[in-house]
Design a binder for this molecule. Structure first.
Ligand code: UDP
Length: 321
């Protein structure tokens, strides 16, 4: 049994990682400042005697008593809508939060896992993106608070590895979706699902020809766990290579929800990447892991969660009337 700190523990990915670790008998200390995370994501674990939660902002000094075997730094504002609303917080959690959590790992002689992002590749000029592609990021662009915070974090992690011999893992996470995303998350899958379920038009940005490759959350978590078990100290892509246009995604969502919604076409956000698809060669070689949940099945599963949240919001609105 290991003692594992998870930052961003009340978030979408963080709560799923906590669940997976608890299931395997580990002790989990979750931290979250609850800016985008929600304690309701942890409802199933509070009773657990191997689970502790601290409401804490990891850009401030992080203290944990006793031994720690792993520090998993997942805290971040991952949705473009959220990180553009909180650009300074986003930069701080990538820079100061990574510094503080690396310091904790060094102090405790713990291993360190970081969830970086496919956004380190920016608006890519190669498809799919292998880990040695250096990216096409505008340092002064509208997405730079997120992209550069993660790029800086990778650099800091590499420096702790070189200078302090810290045992590190860096996962470059590609678009992930599934239960526990917020109704107002802003990312495309929960947005389209909510719109389809509420018979609103689906808001496709641009003509919908831009692509993303969507990974279901349980596959992503299995990839992170495989990375923790492997000895790969350099960045590694974790995602699903099933590349889809946003138009295609909208059609799948309408079909799965049996919705009568139309599709409307809106302006494209500035510097929205045209393409994104992980090259998984390195993950396949080192992790013995492969995503297995097809898009339709993942959308079916996520639909149940979004429908529940939509219903709960309607009930709350009714009570407040
Ligand atoms: N998108 C869209 N409609 C929406 C939300 C997003 O067409 O209501 C598009 C967005 O412009 C991008 C893609 O869907 O091209 C994925 O966006 P998301 O915010 O999910 O994540 P990103 O990959 O951009 O970080």
């Amino acid at each position: 049994m290991a003692r594992i700190v998870v930052t961003g523990g009340a978030g979408f990915l963080g709560s799923h990682l906590c669940e997976s670790l608890l299931k395997d008998g580990h002790e989990v200390i979750a931290m979250d400042n609850l800016v985008s995370g929600r304690t309701e994501n942890l409802d199933g674990f509070f009773h657990h005697d191997r689970f502790t939660f601290y409401e804490h902002d990891v850009t401030e000094f992080v203290h944990v008593t006793g031994n720690v075997d792993w520090v998993c730094h997942l805290a971040s504002l991952a949705s473009p809508v959220f990180y553009q609303d909180h650009p300074i917080k986003t930069l701080k959690v990538g820079a100061l939060g990574t510094h503080k959590t690396l310091g904790l790992a060094k102090e405790k002689d713990a291993k360190y896992l970081f969830t970086s992002t496919s956004e380190v590749y920016g608006d890519p000029e190669v498809n799919p993106q292998p880990e040695d592609y250096r990216g096409n990021v505008d340092p002064y662009g509208p997405r730079s608070c997120y992209d550069e915070s993660k790029r800086y974090a990778e650099s800091l992690i590499r420096s702790y590895r070189d200078q302090h011999d810290l045992d590190v893992r860096v996962a470059r996470v590609f678009n992930t979706y599934g239960p526990r995303m917020r109704l107002d998350d802003g990312r495309v899958v929960p947005t389209f699902l909510r719109q389809a379920l509420e018979s609103e038009p689906l808001t496709v940005h641009g003509d919908g020809s831009q692509t993303r490759s969507f990974c279901y959350v349980s596959d992503l978590i299995a990839g992170l766990r495989a990375l923790m078990d492997a000895d790969v100290q350099t960045p590694i892509n974790i995602g699903n290579p099933d590349e889809r246009t946003i138009q295609d995604l909208a059609e799948v969502v309408i079909d799965v929800t049996d919705s009568d919604s139309d599709i409307v076409y809106e302006g494209r956000p500035e510097q929205d990447p045209d393409i994104r698809k992980p090259d998984l060669s390195k993950a396949r070689e080192h992790l013995d892991w492969e995503p297995s949940i097809p898009l339709r099945e993942g959308i079916e599963r996520t639909k149940v969660d979004i429908a529940k949240k939509s219903h709960q919001r309607d009930q709350q609105d009714e009570i407040c009337k």
